[in-house]
Design a protein around this ligand. Structure first.
Ligand code: 5AD
Length: 351
């Protein structure tokens, strides 16, 4: 007769090997399949809702081979979607090469990754086709107004609107359609643009996604009043034509999707403030200095790069990632009493 083991010993014997073999899951049972990789925290725009007008603090950027090694380890743990962000990712000279190398990775079940990019679009006109050819699957362009004057007031860069528009069109032409356009709405700044954006989606055949403003900026401009809530956006869209809801593409999708009664145009509304979606969160982030963040609003980050620099093996990197994912927060606390801003601003986290 084998010795009788304690229930704990049995549980750990049963679960330990299984856990090793399974993919990333946090302690709330959420599968973590989506990595946002910030490849730089430099940015050529100084959008009023993100950065101060001054030159901000800079962190180090990892080298291409370092990103590729970390990405390989993440993918071995079940990360299937990679989104390259920044800062402004197109400022990296080796970005096309990075995409080409990432596109060679396969998930543990042999599938290609879904590789996406978020960019401000300033350098996109020249880079859209090379990125597509390198294996980029999807692109999101941040664009916070549909007229040149308002746009330049937000980005603080003259001529930015024309360049971004050219970038969006180049991406469509390169086969990256449907391009998504992200617009962060700020009351008194660009909330007059809602109807224009709807027309833009209909004419340019892009998906426009309105994002509620979150407290992630360098300057302290966030107040609950400056947020343009989802309900108000929907009312305003209804001024164009009757709005029709579209079914979600996936449970973890952050945007509620809508079209109009003639089926032309697609609008997404991302409402982290008025309608948090943390319960379905499948994301973790790697900053451009190699730290893991488990939530945009985390109060700390986890130095994965440090493990690598000290000579850590792939197994040690994987164990570190698992341990960190286990600490992922249940949810954010925007708008609640005692809310604390995260330990970094958006440009230093990665969108
Ligand atoms: N709140 C909401 N969205 C933001 N973004 C940047 N800062 C904020 C913020 N404070 C958006 C960018 C980009 C996306 C990654 O996040 O405009 O489109």
């Amino acid at each position: 007769m084998p010795a009788v083991s304690s229930p704990e010993a049995v549980a750990s014997a049963v679960h330990a090997p299984l856990r090793e073999a399974t993919f990333l899951q946090d302690k709330f049972g959420r599968a973590i399949t989506d990595l946002r990789l910030s490849v730089t925290d430099r940015c050529n725009y100084k959008c009023v809702y993100c950065r101060t007008g001054n030159d901000g603090e800079q962190y180090a950027e990892l080298a291409l081979d370092e990103y590729l090694r970390l990405a390989r380890v993440f993918v071995s743990l079940g990360i299937a979607k990679l989104r390259l962000t920044g800062g402004e990712p197109l400022l990296r000279k080796d970005l096309v090469e990075m995409v080409r190398e990432l596109a060679k990775l396969r998930t543990p079940t042999g599938e290609k990754l879904d590789i996406a990019l978020t960019t401000n679009g300033h350098l996109l006109a020249e880079l859209a086709q090379p990125l597509k050819d390198a294996g980029l699957n999807r692109i999101t362009v941040s664009m916070d107004a549909c007229d040149a004057a308002t746009f330049a007031r937000i980005t603080r860069v003259p001529g930015s609107y024309e360049r971004v528009l050219a970038g969006v069109r180049a991406a469509q032409a390169a086969g990256l359609a449907p391009v998504k356009v992200n617009a962060v709405l700020l009351r008194g700044f660009n909330d007059d643009q809602i109807e224009r954006f709807a027309e833009f989606s209909r004419h340019e055949n892009v998906i426009v996604r309105f994002i509620e403003f979150m407290p992630l900026e360098e300057d302290r401009v966030w107040t609950p009043e400056i947020v343009v809530p989802m309900r108000e956006i929907l009312e305003r869209l209804g001024n164009i034509r009757p709005v029709v809801a579209l079914p979600p593409n996936a449970a973890s999708e952050t945007a509620r999707r809508y079209t109009f009664d003639d089926g032309i145009g697609e609008i997404g509304i991302i409402a982290p403030v008025s309608l948090p979606f943390c319960g379905h969160c499948s994301r973790i982030r790697l900053t451009s200095d190699g730290k893991i963040r488990t939530c945009l609003f985390s109060q700390m980050d986890h130095d994965l790069y440090g493990v690598m620099r000290r000579g850590g093996s792939d197994e040690e990197l994987a164990a570190f990632i698992r341990k960190v994912v286990d600490q992922k927060e249940a949810r954010h606390h925007i708008g609640e009493p005692g809310f604390q801003k995260p330990s970094r601003s958006m440009v230093h986290i990665g969108g």
